[in-house]
Design a protein around this ligand. Structure first.
Ligand code: ADE
Length: 233
């Protein structure tokens, strides 16, 4: 069984539509849909925006369904000028750009207890995501850091600050929280994001315009990933 988490319905609605033998389970305010997706046993959830929603949903999914891995998919703002609307970013790792205990001497992004700034993404899953993404015609694909925070980034200065600090290729609001929950449970994780906006002054217009298109790109990559995957336990 594999786990898939999107923040909003629009980020997983095509996948949900393709799933067969569906069975819903409600845990707290999270609804998990289990079924068959492109030949794989899968569980899918819409976690809602932000790190706490995402971490709780990932933890509930892991506890209840024991997925072989969890993938957070959806849309993101661009992390720098080399990334454009419609492009795909596969996380090499995910960071929490708004975690800041630097006045106490820690690096910005450092998560105490876990002892990490960079939450790892599974090597094998990354490789499979990369080869799936490369099968989609006319879509640029990059691997890099994905930066997560409880903030919609819509000014170039904030984006630059996040990029300068973490070399982020994409900014969003859930990936590192899912990766954090996965890390704490020893579950492999991936983050896949298609760019809906440039995380600048245009974003409040670009985001509603391009989110559906961008979301369908990451869903297409998941389709190719699952179609070519050996059955996950
Ligand atoms: N998701 C999509 N675009 C985003 C942005 N600009 N900031 C944070 N999350 C996003």
């Amino acid at each position: 069984m594999v786990g898939l988490i999107g923040a909003m319905a629009v980020e997983v609605e095509n996948l949900l539509g393709q799933m067969t033998d569906k069975q819903e389970t409600k845990i707290g305010m999270d609804v998990f849909t289990k079924g068959t997706l492109f030949g794989q046993e899968a569980v899918l959830a819409v976690c809602g925006p932000g790190k706490v929603n995402a971490a709780l949903c990932a933890q509930n999914m892991i506890t209840a369904f024991h997925p072989a891995w969890v993938l957070n998919l959806g849309v993101a703002g661009a992390g720098d000028e080399t990334v454009s609307i419609g492009d795909m970013v596969i996380a090499s790792c995910a960071v929490q750009h708004d975690m800041d205990t630097s006045p106490l001497g820690d690096p910005v992004g450092y998560v105490s207890k876990v002892g990490l700034v960079e939450f790892p993404c599974d090597e094998a899953l990354r490789k499979n995501l990369l080869s799936a993404a490369r099968q989609v015609p006319d879509m640029q694909v990059q691997e890099g850091v994905i930066a997560t925070g409880d903030q919609f980034i819509c000014d170039g200065e904030t984006r630059k600050r996040i990029h300068d600090r973490f070399h982020a290729k994409a900014v969003e609001m859930e990936g590192a929280a899912v990766a954090h929950a996965c890390y704490m449970n020893g579950v492999p994780c991936g983050v896949l994001r298609s760019i809906s906006d440039q995380a600048n002054g245009q974003s409040t217009m670009d985001y509603p315009t391009f989110t559906k298109l961008a979301a369908s790109h990451s869903e297409r990559v998941v389709e190719l990933l699952l179609t070519h995957l050996e059955t996950a336990k």
